[in-house]
Design a protein around this ligand. Structure first.
Ligand code: PMP
Length: 401
């Protein structure tokens, strides 16, 4: 289709989510690059927001998708028939997790996994209260939005879930407010949309201990941080804690839609009784998504990409810390592995930086809750050459601000 007509029809037929969408006309994507219809190529330092961990359109993932598509697509709602791709992916995930996290419920997305985890917590504990953290993000359906810690996104949709309270993130003394009435506390180990906010190990350990003490379930939402992005398989390993329920999404499907919440069999089985079928999904754990997810995870493991995310992340972060010293508009570069935030003092240069980098062929992202932090989350497969190319563009742009 003619690019002008395509753009026109995009604006005419697709519901807008922002006033000025980025509007790249994607032709194809490979590895660390997205190629557009106007024959430009963009180095992707956001990976479709932490999805394309092994790069775009990896041949192993494409092959797995094609093979599974030829065998069968959707055959039955989740949980009834035995579908090999689901079993294989669940078994692989559990082999990487602590023993207590050994029962997997697959969903279509992150928000749906959070919904399942919240419902399960209420059913398992028989309690009504939920606690989230200020500045958090857990998704955009009613339940997950109810525990997302940002008023401007919640208020237009009131009434949301009742009995939800928020605590300040990384403030250990406030954890005493978690008591025996609480079904679950949900948190990201590192707040992504909040602007790559890294809590102290002490805080997360105190949270773990407090939940244990009062019998509340701890839900860790690793939609962004999970599966290697932070330089460990799961971000909770940095903090030496184990959640009661783990939420995964984003890169889990290797570029296909897939989420999961994972807990102990004792907790998870509560969805199957009294009444049975208390949480069902038609497409959750779609066989093609699971096949793609397993192919992607196998590449991550076989090629030691978690270690690579750490190594490349350290190199990139150190270079960005250097830029922060050189350019006074930057306040700080922080992160774990390839989940990095570059914080500016002011929103205007931050926005210009992202915009101009794009004009120079480098895709950087914003984060939802702050207009001063640039998200940097390239694929783990990023080559040294690509890393240098990205940094060179950033330097050029910073010099021109
Ligand atoms: N939790 C976290 C921590 C997320 O970052 C996101 C997506 N940004 C979600 C949940 C929601 O995932 P999805 O968009 O797949 O519903």
């Amino acid at each position: 289709m003619d690019p002008m007509i395509l753009e026109d029809q995009f604006h005419r037929y697709l519901c807008p989510t922002s006033a000025r969408p980025i509007g790249l006309q994607v032709d194809h994507a490979r590895g660390s690059y997205i190629y557009t219809k106007d024959k430009r190529k963009y180095l992707d330092f956001i990976s479709g927001i932490s999805v394309a961990s092994i790069g775009h359109t990896h041949p192993a993932v494409v092959k797995a998708i094609c093979q599974q598509a030829e065998r069968y697509l959707h055959v039955m709602v989740y949980g009834e028939y035995i579908q090999e791709p689901q079993v294989n992916l669940a078994a692989k995930l559990c082999s990487l997790l602590p023993d207590s996290l050994s029962s997997v419920y697959f969903t279509n997305s992150g928000t749906e996994a959070v919904e399942g985890a919240l419902k399960l917590s209420k059913k398992f504990t028989g309690r009504k209260r939920l606690i989230g953290f200020e500045n958090s993000y857990h998704g955009d359906s009613h339940g997950s939005l109810s525990v997302t810690g940002r008023d401007i996104y919640r208020k237009p949709f009131y009434p949301l879930l009742p009995n939800v309270s928020f605590l300040p993130f990384n403030v250990t003394k406030s954890l005493m407010k978690i008591d025996q009435t609480v079904a679950a506390v949900i948190t990201e180990p590192i707040q992504g949309e909040g602007g790559m906010i890294i809590p102290s190990k002490l805080f997360l350990q105190a949270l773990r201990a407090r939940c244990q003490k009062v019998g509340a379930l701890l839900i860790l939402d690793e939609a962004q941080t999970g599966l290697g992005r932070t330089g460990k398989r799961f971000a909770f390993e940095h903090f030496k804690i184990v959640p009661d329920i783990l939420v995964l999404a984003k890169s889990l499907g290797g570029g296909m839609p897939l989420g999961a919440f994972i807990g102990s069999p004792a907790v998870m089985k509560r969805l199957s009784t009294n009444p049975p079928l208390s949480h069902v999904t038609t497409f959750g754990g779609h066989p093609v998504s699971c096949a793609a997810g397993l192919a992607s995870l196998n590449i991550v493991l076989k090629k030691n990409l978690v270690q690579r995310a750490k190594k490349m992340g350290d190199t990139l972060r150190n270079a960005l810390i250097g830029l922060a010293h050189q350019y006074p508009v930057i306040r700080e570069a922080r992160g774990f592995g390839l989940m990095i935030g570059l914080e500016f003092y002011d929103p205007e240069p931050c926005m210009q930086f992202v915009q101009k980098a794009r004009e120079h062929g480098l895709l950087l992202g914003w984060t939802l809750h702050t207009n001063r932090v640039v998200r940097i989350a390239p694929p783990f497969t990023l080559s040294s050459q690509e890393l240098k190319e990205g940094l060179a563009i950033m330097r050029r742009v910073l010099g021109s601000l």
